[in-house]
Design a binder for this molecule. Structure first.
Ligand SMILES: [Ca+2]
Length: 326
């Protein structure tokens, strides 16, 4: 069976680490490269975290590229310490803190995106797990870039007007609303979105999380460690997500990755044009679904509604059974 080609754009926090491992564990996909963007932490930490994940999984042959260090226009006014200041729970100590600098590629992430996708036209699925700055820059450097993609999977935005960082703003979009706007206006390839509310509505029970991280493998031990001091991985911490959607464990980025690996995990979806609001005191960064077709835009995207949680659990479980023995 021919492998699906993947490029992952990440702001590697804890849920990105889980999503990257999901792709590493899927024999049906081949990762051409991982491009890094600021977001959960600085882009330097994101590169280091991505390389840490690849190292735990014995997959350091996958090239990692450093990308955007900030958003296009205004610095977002919200905290970025969701998963600790280093993005991976502030528990890891590297023997050589500068080792990542010799491991990261010298080519810029945006150039790498354009090169990898241009070399494999119509074959690459791009999975975007952080702010969309690298993608926005790619389409400005190469306006044909979206046409060369097979498709685009995004974790981000919202479908019910609920935000997790501002009243109406989801983290990845509010970190760089202009880039989210550019991507959703200019990427005319087939586009699939796992919004914040979708991921929260498809949460999993905490006893599943315990079983997941207590597997006896290097990847599970790594996940157990990076979630050990992070309050949002404690069932007793009540966040806005718990208040709105009920208690449970949500690995946000893993939903977009799971759909890229096996689209049959998406049981229900809405197909319509979407827009990103740039103005407004409350609405900046919000994704609005035009399912009533009020606006002239024709390009539909696929916004997920329901997830096959049995299949999703299997993908998560397998993702922590790394490194693979052969
Ligand atoms: Ca992320």
């Amino acid at each position: 069976m021919a492998q699906k080609l993947l490029v992952i754009d990440t702001d590697c926090g804890i849920d990105d680490a889980q999503a990257i491992m999901m792709a590493l564990a899927a024999r049906e996909v081949r990762i051409l490269g991982i491009t890094c963007c600021f977001g959960n932490t600085s882009v330097e930490n994101v590169c280091r975290n991505t390389l840490r994940v690849l190292s735990v999984c014995d997959r350091t042959e996958i090239p990692v590229f450093q990308g955007a260090s900030s958003c296009l226009v205004k610095t977002p006014n919200c905290p970025i310490d969701h998963f600790g200041s280093d993005g991976l729970g502030d528990v890891l100590e590297d023997e050589d803190p500068d080792l990542w600098k010799s491991q990261v590629q010298t080519e810029h992430a945006v150039n790498a995106l354009i090169r990898l996708v241009s070399k494999n036209q119509g074959k690459v699925s791009l999975v975007a797990l952080g702010p969309l700055t690298n993608l926005a820059l790619a389409v400005k450097l190469d306006p044909e870039f979206p046409k060369k993609l097979k498709n685009l999977y995004i974790m981000g935005g919202n479908m019910e007007g609920k935000g997790n960082k501002t009243v109406c703003g989801e983290f990845n979009f509010i970190m760089d609303p202009e880039s989210a706007y550019i991507v959703l206006e200019e990427f005319i390839c087939p586009t699939y979105i796992a919004s914040w509310e979708f991921t929260c509505r498809n949460k999993l029970p905490w006893d599943f999380f315990d079983a997941l991280i207590n597997q006896d493998t290097p990847a599970a031990r790594f996940m157990r460690k990076i979630t050990s001091k992070c309050s949002i991985f404690s069932p007793t911490t009540v966040t806005r997500k718990d208040v709105l959607f009920g208690p449970g464990f949500v690995s946000y980025d893993s939903y977009a990755m799971a759909a890229a690996i096996d689209f049959s995990i998406v049981k229900e979806y809405i197909e319509c044009p979407v827009h990103v609001e740039l103005q407004g005191v409350l609405g900046r960064g919000m994704m609005a679904l035009d399912d009533g077709k009020f606006l002239p835009k024709k390009h539909n995207v696929v916004v997920f509604k329901a997830c096959d949680l049995i299949k999703f659990r299997k993908l998560l479980t397998k993702s922590l059974q790394l490194p693979q023995t052969q």
